[in-house]
Design a binder for this molecule. Structure first.
Ligand SMILES: [Zn+2]
Ligand SMILES: [Zn+2]
Length: 362
């Protein structure tokens, strides 16, 4: 009897997975990889595209298993496309671990690493070619299309180049192009593969860690992208990205921020989101100490706590941690994603997996 109920449970869960596909949604899982990035897109037909694979080192096993949990929730048995936005450890670091747990069919990246570090160069010399030897490997260029079933997927920036021709319907002058705040960009961030998704009338953009100078190249003086519904994973909410010329011109209704407890969510960036035209809600992967209660979204929009949750969180933003700052609060326990389910008519639902809170955007 127990075995039978187990069989029934499997049948029911399979039925749920296929029922989800029949709902005809593009699902986006923004996975908690502790201030790194891992965002899983699943098309109605069950084809998948993952952007980044979480952290290196001691975080790799943790992050890979969190990504696999999201893949299982979507009923996936493989990852059809994996885009590595750039060669920073919080973006490619969990890739080998992930590839050992679920087959990956297509690897996409921006090409050579421009910020030499020992671990990254060793990975790119041996481990990475061994991974894509059994799959397809593409070096993406701005303007490329990624063949992701049913979802028009365009690379709008890669390897420091941005699209020169506006996307369909875009190309108007951008009124938010003021002078650019000076910037000291970390080299690999500038190389990020940025991806634009169209699913019926629904539009989403994942910029990776694309920096402010590249945002200006893409959006000024002419907005080559147009407007979007959801901005996903905007450089953890750090202020070397997310200029008003970028965010305000895109006019996202929703931002899903891939911040860590003490990474991203900078006050200037929070203000850039909150004052953006058409903006409705910010969904955060963690409470951000760097934004404090002053700027943080209400807890209902916040997906994750830390292992030892303090009884009170500060109102004032914490200054950015310097070299001698204490380590950030640990979150190795259970993690939750923020999930976007988009429909072809442009409407979408966002759900916080921790508290089950869902909101419809009509
Ligand atoms: Zn976390
Ligand atoms: Zn990053």
């Amino acid at each position: 009897m127990r075995r039978l109920s187990c069989v029934i449970a499997i049948v029911v869960s399979t039925a749920l997975a296929s029922a989800q596909r029949q709902a005809k949604t593009l699902d986006i899982y923004v996975v908690d990889v502790e201030g790194g990035n891992a965002t899983l897109f699943v098309s109605p037909s069950g084809e998948s595209l993952l952007i980044d694979a979480g952290n290196a080192g001691t975080g790799a096993a943790r992050d890979a298993s969190r990504i696999v949990d999201a893949a299982k929730d979507a009923g996936l048995t493989q990852l059809d496309h994996v885009v590595i936005t750039h060669w920073h450890g919080d973006h490619y670091g969990g890739l080998s671990e992930l590839a050992s747990r679920i087959p990956i069919r297509h690897f996409i990246d921006h090409g050579a690493n421009i910020q030499p570090t020992e671990a990254t160069d060793a990975f790119l010399k041996t481990a990475y070619p061994a991974l894509y030897a059994k799959a397809t490997h593409t070096v993406a260029k701005a303007g490329d299309t990624i063949p992701f079933a049913g979802v028009n997927t365009r690379v709008i920036a890669s390897a420091g180049q941005v699209i020169r021709t506006p996307l369909a319907g875009a190309g108007k002058p951008n009124p938010f192009c003021g002078p650019m705040k000076p910037l000291e960009a970390i080299p690999e961030d500038t190389q990020s593969v940025a991806t634009y998704f169209t699913f019926g009338k629904f539009r989403a953009l994942h910029p990776g860690d694309l920096t402010r100078d590249k945002e200006y190249e893409l959006m000024c003086p002419m907005n080559r992208v147009g407007t979007i519904d959801v901005l996903v994973g905007p450089h953890h909410g750090q202020d070397t990205s997310n200029a008003e010329a970028f965010v305000h011109a895109l006019q996202p209704r929703v931002v899903v921020m891939n911040n860590g407890t003490r990474k991203g969510g900078w006050p200037d960036v929070m203000k850039s989101f909150y004052t953006s035209p058409r903006f409705e809600d910010l969904w955060q992967l963690h409470f951000s100490l760097l934004s404090g209660q002053e700027y943080a979204a209400p807890g209902i929009f916040t997906a994750n706590l830390v292992d030892e949750q303090p009884t009170a969180l500060p109102v004032a933003p914490m200054p950015a941690p310097g070299a001698n700052a204490p380590p950030p609060p640990v979150h190795n326990g259970r993690a939750y994603w923020v999930k976007v389910s988009a429909r072809e008519d442009g409407t979408f639902t966002v759900t916080n997996a921790r508290n089950g809170f869902s909101k419809e955007y009509r």
